[in-house]
Write a protein that binds this ligand. Structure first.
Ligand code: ADP
Ligand code: MG
Length: 575
């Protein structure tokens, strides 16, 4: 399909938004494009952990010269053309904003060859140069230089190069596990880091982990109706005390989903303790209309039409894979009421969004033989750390503590998110609407007549915030989309609180818009008590630094406290 601008209608339906947060996000966008173009050999070259250079080359079908300038514009894509396509997304990209988002924060050069004719195009400061002849090598090469040269706050907030680089390696590892039949090469500062030849998934797992893995994985394979679950799960030797090696893919797209993770964890029954995590690489093949992938441009979140059905298939698939171990070790789970948490996947799924507290380890039932066996096997395995847990922590589910070049910062998660949402909502009132997540399965909400008239009054603003609804009967609406920022399922409460509070807020703020934005921000922001994943924390912090006033919340409370190394040295009398 040729590259075309998305129609206005489609533009409103896609969950759009900024996608470039760090060097690894550039790698993600570019590798996805290469895979979508049918590339079989993908080479990623980085310099200075991607800050200086990121170059991705593929041998895919290329970009025709006359489409090159279009490719880098926002909302231009060759992957979807009409609204129905959203229910049948078979490519990794479809929003048409990957290249445009990169061009906004870096210098970009495209070189591509179609039918033996090569062309290249340079874009810097958002301006594209002229099309020039280039080498005729089949495929596409995209070069990104000086990332974030024009957004100093974001640049300042990048982690140490070592950490940013590890995120790049993780990203490439993810793709390589999903596409073992492809070749991947990663070169960093002229050093080869990964050189993966096309191979079986089993061989690929050992190529990107270590040879120990190959001896300790069990094949997963189960078909139920039109659902197919395949891959590998590690045995007890590969159980770790930290998460990070749970590779879950949906139709060959990396996703994160607590419910499906817990389906696998549950299959381990009493062999594994809470707080222990098995290794797995699992792909869920589902008919494309059974999932909604148009959720959030960056979050690796998707929605399933029937998540319970899928949960059970995943769990039985993992149980079947683990049969050889389960059958040799007695199952003590029946005597352990305390271990039933994971038997309730919806509770497990909300683990991160609610105040749900785990019991004190001391209250846990005594370790039984099987469990101590499992943990003995698992101990001593924590040598490598695939995710960046070192330089960002959440403390008391309230504050984010992070290391930056000059020292450390402490951020109040609620007010930080409030500041971000407040500024974004205000900006949206005068410009493009905020990112929305379309509900594939719309939801009808009833209101009292009074509330409903307030709702109609503020509707145009709500739309700018990312809500989209249709009137449905006298006093009800059919909710079609909600702001991507909001926790899914929170929309009812947030909308009601906004209706209740907007009059009150109006007294405190200079304008009606500010009142609405503040009300939205206050109610949609994460709360103290919400557990955040590492990914969520770093996304939040990154965006905070993109705001005009990152240091104070709309009510004037501080958002960030910085402690410099000098200050610490002084307090420790280290001078
Ligand atoms: P999207 O991937 O959502 O379509 P992008 O901005 O990432 O949006 O890319 C825009 C378009 O540029 C794609 O739809 C595709 O047609 C083209 N394109 C980008 N990268 C490549 C590539 N490596 N090979 C072939 N075509 C590409
Ligand atoms: Mg793309």
């Amino acid at each position: 399909m040729p590259i075309k601008p998305l129609t206005e209608d489609l533009r409103n339906k896609i969950a759009a938004g900024e996608v470039v947060e760090r060097p690894a996000s550039v790698v993600k966008e570019l590798v996805e494009n290469s895979l979508d173009a049918g590339g079989k050999q993908i080479t990623i070259v980085v310099e200075q952990a991607g800050e200086k250079l990121i170059q991705v080359s593929d041998d895919g079908f290329g970009i025709p010269p006359k489409e090159m300038t279009l490719a880098v514009q926002r909302y231009t894509t060759s992957k979807i053309t009409k609204a129905e396509d959203l229910f049948d997304i078979q490519t990794l990209g479809f929003r048409g904003e990957g290249l445009a988002s990169i061009a906004a924060v870096a210098e970009l050069e495209l070189a591509s060859c179609v039918n033996g004719e090569g062309h290249s195009l340079k874009i810097s400061d958002g301006l594209s140069g002229d099309l020039e002849p280039a080498a005729s090598v089949q495929g596409t090469q995209i070069t990104v230089r000086n990332l974030f040269y024009n957004t100093p706050a974001r640049k300042k907030f990048l982690k140490k190069p070592r950490t940013e680089f590890r995120k790049i390696v993780d990203m490439v590892r993810r793709f390589s596990l999903m596409y073992p039949e492809n070749g991947f090469k990663l070169i960093s500062d002229n050093r080869p880091i990964l050189d993966l030849k096309p191979e079986s998934l089993e061989d690929r797992i050992s190529a990107v982990t270590d040879p120990l893995y190959k001896e300790n994985i069990l094949p997963v394979s189960m078909a139920k109706g039109d659902y197919l679950v395949t891959g590998f799960v590690g045995n007890l030797t590969l159980v770790r005390k930290k998460p990070g090696e749970q590779y879950l893919f949906l139709n060959r797209r990396f996703i994160q989903n607590r419910m499906m993770n817990s389906a696998v964890y549950n299959a381990f029954k009493s062999l594994m303790n809470r707080g222990e995590f098995p290794f797995f690489v699992i792909n869920l093949s589902l008919p494309f209309d059974q999932v909604d992938v148009n959720v959030h441009p960056m979050k690796t979140e998707v929605r399933f039409k029937d998540e319970w059905r899928l949960y059970h298939v995943v769990r039985s698939a993992a149980e079947k894979a683990l049969e050889p171990i389960l059958s040799t070790i007695p199952d003590f789970s029946a005597q352990e009421p305390g271990f039933s948490f994971f038997d309730n996947p919806s509770a497990a799924e909300h683990e991160n969004q609610s105040n749900l507290k785990f019991g004190d380890p001391a209250d846990m039932p005594k370790l039984d033989r099987a469990k101590s066996y499992a943990s003995n096997l698992a101990s001593g395995e924590d040598t490598e750390e695939p995710f960046d847990f070192e330089s960002m922590w959440q403390v008391h589910k309230k504050y984010i503590v992070s290391q930056i070049q000059s020292g450390l910062v402490i951020i109040d998660q609620h007010v930080a998110h409030e500041r971000v949402l407040f500024e974004e909502a205000l900006a949206a009132f005068d410009g493009d609407a905020l990112a929305a997540q379309t509900l594939l399965f719309p939801d009808v909400q009833e209101f009292s007549p009074d509330d409903f008239s307030v709702l109609l009054e503020i509707l145009p603003y709500l739309e700018k915030m990312g809500f989209r609804m249709k009137e449905f009967g006298e006093t009800a609406v059919m909710m079609e989309a909600i702001p991507s920022e909001m926790a899914w399922g929170a929309e009812r409460a947030v909308l009601r609180e906004m209706i209740d509070n907007y009059q009150e807020y109006q007294k405190k703020y200079a304008s009606f818009q500010e009142a609405l934005a503040a009300s939205f921000a206050c109610h949609a922001a994460v709360k103290a008590g919400d557990q955040l994943t590492h990914e969520e924390m770093s996304a939040l912090v990154n965006r905070l630094f993109g705001t005009k006033h990152p240091y104070y919340c709309p009510h004037g409370r501080p958002v960030i406290i910085q402690l410099s190394l000098d200050e610490l040295d002084q307090r420790f009398e280290r001078s």
